[in-house]
Design a protein. Structure first.
Ligand code: TYD
Length: 153
């Protein structure tokens, strides 16, 4: 099954929204297979946000991501990358649809609660950036038969 990276950003943690956001992914049926709290560094953010390095807000973005710890999560499920991305909503939270995470908890482009991988290819690269193999926990999901068709597992 597909895996994707979610970063609960510093604002999510500071505002006490981590449990709420994690709960949304759980209720959707996604499986949490790795999780850790870390402080991100300038070096890793240069790589993670390399596609934005020429944007005027690049330093603000990095400063915001280093302002407090973040929670890194790997979620697994059928079509997990797109499902999680859709649940997060538009990057500019002022345009995010209500019912999405950003649409319910933010109006900011920068302080938009979560990072989510944008493609299966980037999910694999990003997961390797933040997790090592021993960070993953493999456990049975007895309810999978009630969540998925046989060809979705
Ligand atoms: P991006 O990778 O374009 O979006 P997403 O997080 O939805 O995959 O942008 C990365 C982060 O850069 C975004 O989550 C917040 C920040 N950002 C700004 O601060 N201002 C902006 O105008 C944009 C587009 C992004």
């Amino acid at each position: 099954m597909e895996r994707t990276l979610v970063i609960l950003k510093p604002g999510c943690l500071q505002r006490g929204l981590a449990g709420e956001v994690i709960s949304r992914f759980e209720k959707r049926g996604l499986k949490l297979v790795a999780m850790k709290m870390v402080r991100l560094t300038d070096e890793v953010l240069d790589v993670h946000y390399a596609h934005l390095k020429d944007k005027p807000f690049f330093q603000w973005l990095k400063d915001g991501m280093m302002a407090a710890p973040v929670i890194l999560c790997c979620w697994e499920g059928h079509c997990a990358v797109q499902v999680v991305r859709d649940m997060a909503g538009a990057t500019r939270a002022s345009k995010a649809v209500p019912g999405t995470i950003r649409g319910d908890y933010s109006t900011s482009a920068q302080e938009n609660i979560v990072h989510t991988s944008d493609s299966p290819e980037n999910a694999a690269i990003e997961l390797e950036r933040f997790f090592v193999e021993s960070d993953y926990c493999f456990y049975d999901s007895p309810l999978d038969a009630f969540k998925y068709a046989p060809d979705e597992i």
